[in-house]
Design a protein around this ligand. Sequence first.
Ligand SMILES: [Zn+2]
Length: 126
Amino acid sequence: MSRQRTVDTQPELALRRALHAAGMRYRLHQRPLTALRRSADLIFPGTRVAVFVDGCFWHGCREHRSIPRSNHRWWKDKIERNQRRDRDTDNQLKAAGWISIRVWEHDDPLVAAAVIRDIVQGRLKR
Ligand SMILES: [Zn+2]
């Protein structure tokens, strides 16, 4: 399961470059909550913002999900389990005062970086 969240994928690197260019500083691959054994791709600890870059296949993006025809049921279950786990992670973070931002690997990294910057800056002002 944990192997599915591979680190330093292309979409992740593109997002990191865009955030860095926007002057944003973050930490990589850390657990937002020590008790929760799930790490985020990026975290902004001061503002409690966690960013996950979700792969279209493993996380079941509506636009690009293509469940293999062989072992269809098995893949479908697996992807649905991942989605439930993602929602559970989001809920647990929210309960602890964090916000979780999910970026699809197909999202434009510049647009995603702008959204993240607005959210982080919005939380700084509170
Ligand atoms: Zn997609």
